[in-house]
Design a protein around this ligand. Structure first.
Ligand code: AMP
Length: 548
């Protein structure tokens, strides 16, 4: 497996990667398939699993120091020198002293079993025992294996193997229909499980795969539309709904048992006890999967939405949850249903699904249905949009009333129209060196605006997306001559390069010098035509917030 990883790391073409993976999995024993496929994607557990490794760099450095006898400082130096903890481990462990005379061969099962035990640890001494499990693995590894075990444990494998690549490999090895495989995958969200079915039962087996309450499915995604007019040109009549600014929530009801999942399939049942009990009491079905948007609100009386970061606090909080239930109240706005008792509803029309949803949901103050209007009238639709914006929402969703539910796809059954945020021209004042494939590029850029009173540049966010490989290279070469300090991976840069940046929202923040943070900043273009005098000012930013 380590050799496979090495081969994949060296290869950049997707087709080549697919064929390397195909060769490998055609020889993989069926029982190992789930683990092998997870490892290939750099994961130890499926996305929806609650198991977490929770291993940080610090703990790993301690383990490496324990095993090799090198000081922690030496280990850190080695990591800096190599630019990657996996390479560092590989080199450090070349000379490890063998503790036993006959060292057992490391197997995939052994790695999986130790990491599963590690993820199940809790309470006192769990730190020591964690160290024990990892140390045991690393005492068995050959140098190349060390590289990947360390990265896997830190969830930083970075082989550049996408889900699509693995899926294509499975389809070709087991000679099954790629679209059946994809359908089964989107309903089970576990390629390993689905690969096993493909291998043992072929297309027939894949066709039989259905939803499993308690296991999240991939959600249907929205496309972007520029205007109401534009979307009414594609769909008439269309169903308009408010686009609530929160997190997508899948609610699974199995009798009294409720499970909650986010769009990224993360299980968040524990974090939202009030939603669990609302779902238990107000979904009139013994089995159902419904979907909605979870929103943090000011209070039960003032239902105005709070910024996303408050909701995110609740999603992240795993302990002492009840304190936050009071501090940050939430509500759900339901908008779809995909399973009702034994009936899979994916193939049914959206307006029929909505009707059913209305019938089986007992509405309460915090367990609501999304606002919904079916119209082909531009004026009516526009009023709906204006109302949504005035209420402080992001925009509207527009759905095709006649469309089925297509998990995991952006197929044009659902559009989003958001209020357009003006872009900002910002200076780059810092950056971070990338890792792995991107080790020679700067990969995350610290952006700043100008304080017009003092002339200082104040940071307002970090941007790592929206750039093509070519643009990463281009920006790196522009910034290299402007480096003023470097410490580890962090680089300070003299403001000169101006980037035009789009973002979703401006939030108050303690993290950046300006006191604000851009949410999801992304590159629109490099502004060769602009100098630092053209960088947007703090007061411009404040204007944008008030006008929003
Ligand atoms: P975006 O995340 O910008 O691609 O927009 C799509 C997201 O909007 C969905 O994944 C939902 O989380 C969210 N959303 C908010 N309100 C609705 C709604 N009424 N119907 C569907 N999705 C919604």
């Amino acid at each position: 497996m380590a050799e496979l990883f090495q081969q994949l790391e060296k290869t950049s073409g997707r087709l080549e990667k697919t064929s390397i993976i195909s060769d490998f999995i055609s020889d993989t024993p069926v029982d190992l398939m789930p683990t092998v496929l997870l490892f290939l994607r750099g994961r130890v557990f499926p996305l929806w699993s609650e198991k977490e490794l929770g291993m940080g760099d610090k703990l790993m450095i301690k383990v490496l120091s324990n095993i090799t006898g090198a000081s922690e400082i030496h280990v850190e130096d080695k990591i800096r020198e190599k630019g990657d903890i996996g390479f560092a481990a590989e080199e450090l462990l070349v000379n490890k002293t063998q503790t036993t005379l006959f060292t057992e061969e490391l197997t995939v099962e052994k790695v999986h079993s130790n990491l599963t035990k590690l993820a199940e640890l809790s309470g006192k001494k769990s730190r020591e025992r964690k160290i024990g499990y990892i140390s045991e693995l690393l005492s068995m590894t050959k140098p190349l294996e060390s590289r990947y075990v360390v990265r896997l444990v830190l969830e930083e494998l970075r082989l550049g193997v996408g889900e699509g690549t693995v899926r294509d490999a499975i389809a070709s090895v087991f000679n099954v229909d790629a679209s059946l495989l994809e359908r089964a995958r989107s309903l089970r969200c576990d390629l390993g499980e689905v690969a096993k079915i493909a291998r043992q039962e072929g297309d027939e087996g894949l066709r039989r795969v259905s939803m499993k309450p308690g296991r999240p499915i991939e959600v249907m995604l929205a496309q972007k539309a520029e205007s109401i007019e534009d979307v009414l040109g594609k769909i008439t009549p269309a169903a308009f709904e408010i686009k609530y600014d929160g997190a997508r929530l899948q609610i699974h009801k199995m009798g009294d048992n409720i499970e909650l999942f986010t769009r990224r399939l993360e299980k968040v049942t524990k974090q939202f006890p009030e939603i669990v009990s609302a779902a238990r009491d107000n979904i009139k079905a013994s089995t159902a999967i419904v979907e909605g948007e979870l929103v943090a609100i000011q209070s039960k009386v003032d239902r105005n939405p709070r910024p996303f970061q408050d909701l995110s606090k609740r999603i992240r909080r795993k302990y002492r949850i009840n304190d936050l239930v009071e501090q940050i109240p939430v509500e759900v706005n339901l908008f779809d249903i995909v399973l009702y008792e034994e009936r899979e509803l994916l193939g049914e029309r959206f307006d029929d699904r909505r009707k059913l949803l209305e019938k089986i949901i007992n509405k309460t103050d915090s367990f609501r249905l999304s606002e919904y209007l079916v119209t082909s009238n531009l004026k009516e639709a526009d009023e709906f949009y204006q109302k949504a914006i005035k209420m402080g929402h992001e925009g509207v969703m527009v759905k095709n009333p006649g469309a089925p539910y297509q998990p995991g796809s952006r197929v044009g059954y659902m559009y989003k129209i958001k209020q357009v945020m003006e872009t900002l021209d910002l200076a780059v004042v810092g950056a971070t060196w990338g890792e792995g494939r991107r080790a020679h590029w700067m990969s995350s850029f610290l952006l700043a605006l100008r304080d017009e009173d003092t002339g200082e540049f104040l940071s307002v966010g970090r941007m790592a997306t929206g750039l093509t490989d070519k643009q990463f290279k281009e920006v790196t070469s522009l910034l290299k001559p402007l480096v003023v300090v470097e410490s580890g991976k962090e680089i300070g840069i003299k403001p000169k390069v101006v980037l035009e940046v789009a973002y979703d929202e401006i939030q108050k923040s303690q993290t950046y010098e300006s006191g604000y943070a851009l949410r999801f900043p992304r590159l629109v273009r490099i502004r060769y035509d602009k100098g630092i005098k053209d960088v947007n000012t703090l007061s411009r930013l404040k204007d944008l917030i008030t006008s929003h």
